[in-house]
Design a protein around this ligand. Sequence first.
Ligand SMILES: Cc1cc2nc3c(=O)[nH]c(=O)nc-3n(C[C@H](O)[C@H](O)[C@H](O)COP(=O)(O)OP(=O)(O)OC[C@H]3O[C@@H](n4cnc5c(N)ncnc54)[C@H](O)[C@@H]3O)c2cc1C
Length: 387
Amino acid sequence: MALIESEEHKALRSAVAAFGKRYGRDYMTDIIDSGGYPKELWLEAAKLGYLGVNLPETYGGGGGGIAELSIVLEELGTAGAPLLMMIVSPAICGTVISRFGTEDQKQEWLPALADGTRTMAFGITEPDAGSNSHRITTTARREADTGDWLLTGRKVFVSGVDIADATLIVGRTEDARTGNLKPCLFIVPRDAPGFTRRKIDMELHGAEKQFELALDDVRLPAEALVGDEDAGLLQLFAGLNPERIMTAAFAIGMGRYALARAVEYARDRVVWKTPIGAHQAIAHPLAQAHIDLELARLMMQKAAHLYDAGDDVGAGEAANMAKYAAGEACVRAVDQAVHTLGGNGLTREFGLATLITASRVARIAPVSREMILNYVSHQTLGLPKSY
Ligand SMILES: Cc1cc2nc3c(=O)[nH]c(=O)nc-3n(C[C@H](O)[C@H](O)[C@H](O)COP(=O)(O)OP(=O)(O)OC[C@H]3O[C@@H](n4cnc5c(N)ncnc54)[C@H](O)[C@@H]3O)c2cc1C
């Protein structure tokens, strides 16, 4: 593994950085304030090959991996214009379909996910399951005479369902032999009868909205099932590892954006004889934030490298640790950035205060800080479980 980025990766990083700057924070803020969605940015990113950079070339993608996709998201975030749906549409859904989908599913979805004309959301979280995804109860029943699936259940906090053409729903089917429920993935079109959504009133300044979903005997054709009914968790984790790596990229981008604003400010703002950035009480926490973000990026690169090399198990541990490190680094960088601006840190004009809530997302989702600490305690260190 090249710890120092390859020339191709560096070139991709600087091209996306320049592209992101053309949009920037002001563009995103205007979109968010008007309740809209950054469609123009999404489509142009797709046209430049950034959205589908991880998808197979045969289906219109760039033939790269999560390493490249995470560079794209990190740089857009650093420019102040992150696209949260990249975590979901190309990273989770695109990966799962390209690894486990049928030929028809690949042809139907992958070129459209890559060129940005279609988007897919992802729903696993349930009101009564939360962090314990083993407890999800959304259930698919197969109708004997038609072969159709009937899907019933509830989901919560699912992002972007309003703008997505379909949602990849994690449900369970009953094992005919054991009677146990096993996880399965279904493509549910946005307007499927019985599939309803309610927007959750979030205190988040973001373009993507979160929804509570109800699935009431949603009838789906046999072809809506993605992958093998018996593959269980393997298929699910094929999508969840990219999700964690991409959430790390999202968090690192946001942290870098906030840190850069704080550094600019600290260089110019004078209230004694020197700029405030000369005071170590201001400079050191910013230096520390930079180090933490760099370290988190190293772990993200390791996770992406392992994932792209086909090591799902090794990638699992690294992806969790990268998401943890990036979430924590982002929260600290944003907190310190806001503090560096003094009163201006809380004004709308400087636009950093809204990142205080936004930065918390990476600590909670898609898997919380504590659940990662649990994972490392049990899986890596072999300590016993409390739950
Ligand atoms: C902005 C946003 C976007 C999201 N988008 C999506 C999406 O697109 N699709 C989707 O499916 N979900 C999405 N989610 C949901 C997200 O994945 C969940 O919020 C997350 O998994 C945590 O679940 P929960 O909110 O039910 O918290 P809970 O599981 O109720 O946890 C609450 C607290 O208890 C702690 N806790 C729980 N169990 C343990 C334990 N065993 N040990 C120690 N601490 C514990 C947690 O760490 C947390 O701090 C999104 C969430 C947010 C905030």
